[in-house]
Design a protein around this ligand. Structure first.
Ligand SMILES: [Zn+2]
Length: 213
């Protein structure tokens, strides 16, 4: 065994949220986990076109750091933890018959090499036992850069999200649960819901991990 390996055994694992030392078997430290578990489920006024919105937490503290670690540091194992909170918040599914992820800005997905919302939606499909359509039903054009823009800018210039050709056949008459990672102004969810309703969806609810208002 090389010296570097021996040294490695004594380097404590770090919590990806607060950088505190943790047991290597844990995803996040106990303190951060307690904060995550304390966050009350949020059900506020839904954006236009959305019947109901449920979010797991305010976009702040441990929930915000968890989402950032998953999205920007590609810690994909945290996706399971996030999806678990989202499934709990969704509560009794039953009514929803189709899970649809908000499509990413193509440039961003290309740059990151993965689509965090698609990954969360796939996990939720398993946890909630609600299917995803076999082909994309929403398409997003342009870079759709919302991050770093002011609230007014985001509201006045929502992303360009439209139904795909396959959308009508997939969502017609269905009750859709729209999934996104964070709700900021609701402009993205509203645009996506509008596209689903245009394609014939019966109704659209939304589920996000955090909500920033
Ligand atoms: Zn921590």
């Amino acid at each position: 065994m090389g010296l570097d390996r021996i040294a490695g055994m004594f380097v404590p694992s770090r919590c990806p949220l607060c950088r505190g030392a943790i047991d290597p078997d844990l995803l996040v430290c106990g303190e951060c986990m307690r904060e995550l578990n304390r966050s009350p489920v949020l059900r506020g006024e839904p954006p236009e076109g959305v019947d109901r919105i449920v979010s797991c937490a305010d976009h702040d503290g441990a929930p915000r750091d968890l989402l950032a670690a998953f999205k920007f540091r590609h810690l994909t194992t945290l996706g399971g933890l996030i999806a678990g909170y989202m499934a709990d918040a969704a509560g009794q599914p039953g009514e929803q018959s189709l899970l649809v992820p908000v499509p990413p800005a193509s440039l961003r997905t290309w740059f990151r090499g993965f689509d965090p919302v698609a990954m969360l939606t796939a996990r939720l499909a398993g946890l909630l036992d609600i299917p995803e359509p076999p082909v994309p039903v929403l398409a997003r054009r342009g870079s759709g850069r919302q991050r770093g823009r002011g609230r007014a800018g985001r509201l006045s210039d929502p992303p360009d999200i439209r139904p795909t050709e396959a959308a009508g056949r997939q969502v017609g008459g269905r009750t859709v649960l729209l999934v996104d990672d964070v709700m900021t102004t609701g402009a993205t969810l509203s645009t996506a819901a509008g596209a689903l309703l245009l394609a014939g969806a019966g109704s659209v609810s939304a589920l996000t991990f955090t909500r920033r208002l």
